[in-house]
Each structure stands twice: as C-alpha cells, then as structure tokens.
Design a binder for this molecule. Structure first.
Ligand code: FPP
Length: 237
C-alpha cells in the first residue's frame, strides 16, 4: 500500500542559483535564467500532479532592479516570452496565474503580458501559480499599512478593527492561503524579504541543488521532508 503523505497545499519557492549554474558551465547569467525558466515550467506541472494547490515563486524582487541593466532587461524579456509561450498549456491544464508585487514599475509591455495571462487563465482550478514580481515583503507591508491608514482616516474602518485577518486580506496575497512549505535552492539559508508575514507557520526546506537543476525528484524530497514534520502551531500535541 502506498504510504500516506501529507501534501502541502501551498509551496513557495525562492528559485536561487541560476547565475552560479551558468557560471559553472561557462555560460552567461542570462542562460542560467533561461534554464531557470525551464525548471519553473517542470515544477509547475510536477507540483500540480502532486496535488499542490498553490505554487508561489519569487521571480523578481524589488532588490533585483539593482542588477546590471542587461540582466534586468533579459529577465523582463523572459517574463514576457515565458508568459506568452506557456499561457495556452497553463490554461489547458487548469493552472491559473496570479501576480503579487507592485506591477506599476514594469513597462507597459510587461504589465500587458501579465494582465493578459491573469485574465486568460482565470478560473483554472487545478492549481494557482503565483508569480512574485517586483515583490518584497517589506514593501508589501508598507503598501498595506498605507492603504489601511487611508481607510481609517476616511472613516471606512476603525483602528481597533485592524486585526490579523484584515491585514492578511489586505496584502497582495489576499485570498491565498499562507504557504505551508518554503523551499530555497542553492544552499542559501535566508528568507530575503519573501512572504515574511505569510511565512509565520511555514516549514522550511533548503537544498544545495541550483534552481535550474530542480526537478521532480527534488520536489518529492521536499514534500517528503514536509510530510515528516510535526506542525504544532505553538500548541502541545
Ligand atoms: C535567482 O538566481 C533567480 C532570479 C533572480 C530570477 C528567477 C527567474 C526565473 C527562474 C525565470 C523567470 C521567471 C518567470 C516567472 C518568467 P540568481 O540569479 O540570484 O543566481 P545566483 O545567486 O547564482 O547568482
């Protein structure tokens, strides 16, 4: 009989190591990102097949604007091409795409591509793929606090009404359950401004594997590790 596994409802991934993967092969960093995109494509379908309902990936942080312009441009191009190229299959499989982050800083072309794929895949019920783009947890919290302060000043809410539920439902991730499992590749052990509010009770899984090498075997290892954890949420069992 197959062993019963506890499948995380929501996995969030810090896809790290594209640059090092490329360097190890004497390739340009951008080629690492292209390989990273292929790893993302595999992971979307592998996660969906495993029964995961939400997959959030850290695709571009607010700090990433500080990278060389050539790399930023290549990443933007990859986002546009990637969403256009994969939209039909994602829709066909029932994967709906959502973005979190401040899209206003992106060019019209990038925003248009993101808006199109969100509208095109809306309603897909197999899994939700959440792309964190121009995202950082602190900027998300700042934007949310400003919004709630505005509402309080306008008399729409009372300060005392602000509670955890209201904050959660005002963040970019409104309506998305908190991540159960956060995976970071490439042997780094940091959260790097990713889902800090939402990660309160998440389990963490770190692997030395570089993101472009991440495959189904690695995903299964992460799920197995999660499945073996005892989540107590601060309680005694
Ligand atoms: C981190 O590796 C990776 C990124 C900053 C970009 C991630 C992007 C993709 C996987 C592809 C594009 C995604 C979408 C959604 C279209 P790094 O460059 O920091 O690697 P390093 O630490 O080895 O230098």
């Amino acid at each position: 009989m197959a062993e019963m596994r506890n499948i995380p409802q929501h996995i969030a991934v810090i896809m790290d190591g594209n640059g090092r993967w490329a360097k190890l092969r004497g390739k340009k960093r951008n080629e690492g990102h292209i390989a990273g995109m292929e790893a993302l494509q595999r992971t979307v379908y592998n996660a969906a097949s495993a029964g995961v309902k939400y997959l959030t990936v850290y695709a571009f942080s607010t700090e990433n604007w500080g990278r060389p312009q050539e790399e930023v441009d290549a990443l933007m191009e990859l986002v546009c091409k990637g969403v256009e190229m994969h939209a039909p299959e994602l829709k066909k499989q029932g994967v709906s795409v959502r973005t979190i982050g401040d899209k206003s800083r992106f060019s019209e072309k990038v925003r248009g591509a993101l808006d199109r794929i969100e509208a095109f895949t809306a309603g897909g019920e197999l899994m939700t793929l959440v792309l964190a783009l121009n995202y950082s947890s602190r900027s998300e919290i700042v934007a949310t606090m400003q919004e709630l302060a505005r509402k309080a000043a306008a008399g729409e809410i009372k300060a005392e009404e602000i509670d955890e539920k209201m904050i959660s439902s005002s963040l970019y991730t409104a309506g998305i359950p908190d991540p159960d499992l956060i995976i970071r590749t490439s042997g780094e052990y940091r959260l790097s401004n990713f889902l800090m509010w939402q990660a309160s009770y998440a389990e963490f899984y770190f692997t030395d594997v570089l993101w472009p090498d991440f495959n189904d075997e690695e995903l299964q290892k992460a799920i197995d590790a999660f499945s073996a954890r005892d989540r107590r949420y601060g309680l005694v069992k």
